[in-house]
Design a protein around this ligand. Structure first.
Ligand code: GAL
Length: 562
């Protein structure tokens, strides 16, 4: 699938330097079927997954050492800190660490074909999610019809397919699980989730982690009970169920937020206060109505016309902004405090669609990741728009706190606008995975894993590509050049190498160039195609590739001779 014909390599003083245009063929071959670029897995052990892991003192440690290669395989380690133990057959590390501190462990994996060893840093401190979470979320496959059985089937498929061997770990229920609260106010699963603790145990027994979803309002987006005024109780239930990840939405909190804001505005403008409170209360009622009548739309406009000048002209604007921000942050502050009472490392994922520049305060409020936009929907235009919005957000991401551009829209599912398969071409799917990895995004797979085909498996099981996402330095890529719809995004890796994605977002096959100047590198560089896991030769000054429509070439550069 790869043509070197238009690349010439010249012998220089010590190294062969290649010039010209690299010509990978499209991921969509002429017959229209998608081509798998990820090379087949070797039988020899190769340790995969994160190279660093954060845990808080005293909290349960749960980390699965993952590796590809023939089974049976034996796992072992050198210098594992006291308090932890590694299961030689499964690779599962459990226990707890008492003291804060950092240890570098050597992990080993061995089978009849060979062995691999790799350094692994364990950091016991305040931070978790030192690399972006890797897992699966139920929303895009199952929506509100998710069930215990579907979650178990997904966990089974994660293991059976072999994806687990590449570091994928979270199995997260999204909206659709919550049933009624009992007389004591405790939340329980609905009929499709008769025993959430048992489900969590099932998932954990496979070495996987378990996530859940709630909303700070009285109701979730799917109209099930939210956590409003039950925050401590819910966080306690989650901890008792051994939850590892909570996605906390915004749905139906808007009405609460407006009431709080109205009260705070009223304090600033005592004379108009009662009228502001009344108007905003009326507006909130109208907002609850999904399909407003023409009269209601007029009423809405009339309210805005009256309340707008009060809030936007009479009030000091800095004060108003401070109030708005405070109100927007409040539910996340409250739930963070509730989670802090649990003796468990629970990833806290904020899902308020990137409002109020959440990236500027998501970390301070104790979020481990925050959605930077509204929902992704499986179309090229939506994915492209969301990806582009990540430009410039890199300075807000790092180990323990990540920008979240929403789920991976790859693979087979009924959800994407009723298509059987996500309506993205093969190249567009390579683009999303490459882009999201460059962005150090949390990677949550949205497709039905029990129906995963070989192409989707290839997309999700390329360890050299996943390493870009999981790099311990935690740098989010920047868009380093843009020429119309031809873009280069790049990031530095912990080992000093640089990874660049050469993207053609346009609708004609085009050449894209990454220059050393834009990349901030010098001298001869070995270029490695990460999807094909192949060194392409030594390049100097620039790297140019022919990129298909909506496609990408993902290249890692390391100094020649290093
Ligand atoms: C949305 C959220 C989606 C999904 C949905 C569930 O607000 O952005 O990712 O969680 O709610 O109702």
């Amino acid at each position: 699938m790869f043509s070197r014909s238009s690349v010439a390599c010249f012998i220089s003083v010590a190294l062969t330097v290649c010039t010209g245009v690299w010509q990978p063929l499209c991921a969509q071959d002429t017959a229209g079927s998608a081509s798998i670029l990820t090379p087949p897995e070797s039988e020899i052990p190769r340790i995969t997954g994160p190279r660093i892991f954060g845990v808080r003192p005293g909290n349960p440690f749960l980390f699965l050492v993952t590796a590809t290669g023939m089974r049976p395989m034996k796992f072992s380690s050198d210098h594992l800190p006291g308090g932890l133990s590694l299961n030689a057959d499964t690779g599962l590390i459990t226990g707890a660490l008492k003291q804060k501190g950092e240890t570098t462990v050597t992990l080993h994996a061995q089978n009849a074909k060979g062995a691999d060893a790799r350094a692994f840093r364990i950091v016991c401190g305040d931070a978790i999610a030192l690399t972006p979470p890797l897992g699966w979320n139920s929303w895009n496959s199952f929506g509100m019809s998710v069930s215990d059985a579907k979650m178990r089937a997904t966990a089974d498929a994660m293991i059976k397919s072999g994806l687990v061997n590449h570091g994928w770990s979270y199995i997260n229920i999204d909206d659709g699980w919550a049933g009624a609260r009992d007389a004591g106010g405790n939340i329980h699963g609905d009929a499709a989730f008769p025993d959430i603790k048992a489900l969590a145990d099932y998932i954990h027994a496979k070495g996987l982690k378990f996530g859940i979803y709630s909303s700070p309002g009285p109701r979730t987006c799917g109209q099930l009970p939210g956590s409003y005024q039950h925050e401590d109780q819910d966080a306690k239930s989650y901890a008792a169920w051994d939850v590892d990840y909570v996605k906390y939405d915004w749905c139906s909190y808007e009405e609460i937020a407006q009431k709080i804001a109205a009260r705070k505005y009223a304090e600033q403008l005592p004379a108009d206060g009662p009228r502001i409170v009344q108007l905003l209360a009326e507006r909130a009622e109208l907002q609850k109505i999904p399909k407003r009548s023409p009269e209601q739309v007029d009423e809405f406009k009339k309210i805005n016309a009256e309340v707008g000048p009060l809030i936007y002209q009479k009030m000091n604007q800095d004060t108003r902004k401070r109030i708005d921000l405070d109100v927007a942050q409040e539910p996340y502050r409250v739930f963070r405090a509730s989670l802090d009472k649990a003796a468990r490392d629970i990833v806290f994922s904020l899902c308020q669609y990137g409002d109020d520049n959440v990236w500027e305060w998501g970390q301070a409020i104790g979020g481990n990741c925050w959605r930077t936009t509204g929902d992704i929907n499986g179309t090229w235009s939506r994915m492209f728009t969301i990806g582009e919005r990540q430009a410039g957000l890199g300075k807000f991401a790092g180990p323990g706190h990540w920008n979240d551009p929403d789920m991976l829209t790859v693979g087979k599912t009924k959800w994407y606008r009723r298509h059987d398969y996500v309506p993205l071409t093969a190249d567009e799917q390579y683009t999303q995975v490459s882009w999201w990895c460059l962005l150090s995004a949390p990677l949550l797979i949205g497709c039905d894993l029990s129906q995963m085909d070989a192409f989707t498996y290839g997309l999700l099981s390329n360890d050299e590509v996943l390493d870009v996402d999981q790099d311990p330095l935690g740098r989010q890529a920047a868009r380093i050049s843009r020429n119309g719809l031809l873009e280069v995004w790049a990031k530095q890796m912990e080992d000093g190498s640089h990874v660049a994605g050469l993207f053609n977002m346009g609708s004609q096959a085009s050449e894209v160039t990454a220059t050393w100047q834009d990349l901030g590198i010098n001298g001869k560089q070995i270029a490695r195609d990460l999807w094909r896991q192949k060194d392409l030769g030594v390049f100097d000054g620039q790297f140019k590739a022919a990129i298909p429509v909506h496609g990408v070439v993902l290249v890692r550069f390391r100094p020649a001779g290093s």
